[in-house]
Design a protein around this ligand. Structure first.
Ligand code: AGP
Length: 372
């Protein structure tokens, strides 16, 4: 009913709008007064966490994209090798696991069969499994050694939005906690990022307030056949997520690529006036990547692409090559997906609506996939 949707036309719109609160709720009570992480609920002892020599993340769909981003964070802050794998592929390739492997299963519903089978396989090999899950008491957390709940609240729309942002928050918390417990040379950076995380909900809110031009752009592209998405580093999984949202909601051909792969094939796809969304890394931090992606934008534009550029406020280098410019607040490099994903959700939702689709119930899809 309209009341359940809180005055919005679709649950998806309501859930997009709830993201600042969902992010704040997922952080609540997990950062102590001294600015350290307190994750007592993760019932794997500090001793056991210090023994971990490999992290393996398993998940499907949007949760898998959260896992891809987590890999960058975990390897950077902890120096523990981290693999991320589609849950549906995992157990069929005889993965190398033992008691020192920490397996992280990410799932909004907690009922995804592929993810459940992957975690069962991991436990059979003696690995510890930590679930990141949004649904209290669901099967995946019940069968795991420990759980870190995301506090997104119920997600009704089939397309995951607020659950994804809270999965990212939970992944950052786990990565930072592992770094904190094990002690790394990034101690100061970890403290700074914990501080930045505690303000990030306000930044997500600021992004939401500036979405009207994104909606207008989306409507103007409703007649297109293809949209491509490019990103690098943590922007690459964000590009994949933008493409997935468009596939499932707008039923359009959409693909995400790592921008560095363009010249290895995908650039052949570029046609005159084809929309290409580019997620630009911060010009601060890993500025080499920023410069490379600016070259990519020039390259695709020279071949006729209509460039839709998502770039940090104050990034002037992209301005001459952006046919459409979407600004996001400056964040630490690894946290950028929390703000960069939001315009892509709004874009897909509005484009799908303009095409006459029901964004809450896209064709052929179920909210949770309980068969393999
Ligand atoms: C996301 O928009 C999708 N509907 C889908 O990819 C989903 O993320 C995937 O099926 C995993 O679901 P889960 O998080 O409940 O395990």
């Amino acid at each position: 009913s309209a009341a359940e949707k809180g005055g919005y036309d679709y649950f998806m719109l309501k859930e997009i709008a709830e993201q600042p609160k969902a992010v704040a709720d997922t952080l609540l009570g997990r950062i102590d007064a001294s600015g350290s992480l307190a994750l007592d609920e993760v019932r794997i002892s500090a001793g056991e966490l210090r023994e971990v020599d490999k992290v393996v993340i398993v998940a499907c769909g949007t949760a898998f994209h959260a896992g891809m981003i987590a890999k960058y964070a975990i390897e950077h802050w902890t120096r523990i090798p981290c693999e991320v794998e589609l849950a549906s592929e995992f157990r069929y390739r005889d993965p190398i696991l033992d008691a020192r492997s920490l397996v992280i299963a990410i799932s909004q519903s907690g009922e995804t069969m592929d993810t459940l089978m992957a975690l069962r396989h991991a436990r059979e090999q003696g690995s510890k499994v930590l679930a990141i899950c949004n649904t209290n008491g669901s099967t995946i957390p019940r069968e795991s050694d420990a759980v870190l709940y995301t506090h997104a609240g119920p997600e009704v729309a089939v397309a995951s939005t607020k659950a994804f942002l809270t999965q990212l928050v939970a992944c950052y918390l786990v990565a930072l906690y592992l770094g904190q417990v094990r002690g790394t040379k990034w101690g100061d950076e970890i403290s700074a990022v914990i501080r930045d995380l505690s303000h990030i909900s306000g930044e997500v809110d600021r992004v939401l307030e500036t979405m009207e031009p994104v909606r207008a752009l989306a409507r103007s592209l409703a007649g297109k056949r293809t949209v491509l998405f490019l990103g690098r580093h943590v922007g690459y999984p964000v590009a994949l997520e933008g493409a997935l949202k468009l596939k499932e909601l707008a039923y359009m051909h959409a693909e995400g690529f790592a921008a560095g792969e363009l010249k290895h094939g995908p650039i052949a796809l570029i046609e005159d006036d084809m929309p290409v969304v580019v997620v630009v890394p911060s010009p601060r931090g890993r500025s080499v990547l920023h410069d490379k992606i600016v070259s990519n934008i020039q390259e695709i534009r020279a071949r006729g692409a209509r460039t839709i550029v998502i770039a940090e406020e104050g990034d002037e280098a992209v301005v001459p090559y952006a046919d459409h410019l979407i600004r996001i607040p400056a964040t630490p490099t690894l946290l950028q997906p929390l703000v960069a994903t939001v315009p892509l959700q709004v874009f897909a939702c509005e484009l799908a609506t303009a095409r006459g689709n029901d964004v809450d119930q896209p064709r052929n899809l179920a909210k949770s996939v309980t068969v393999e």
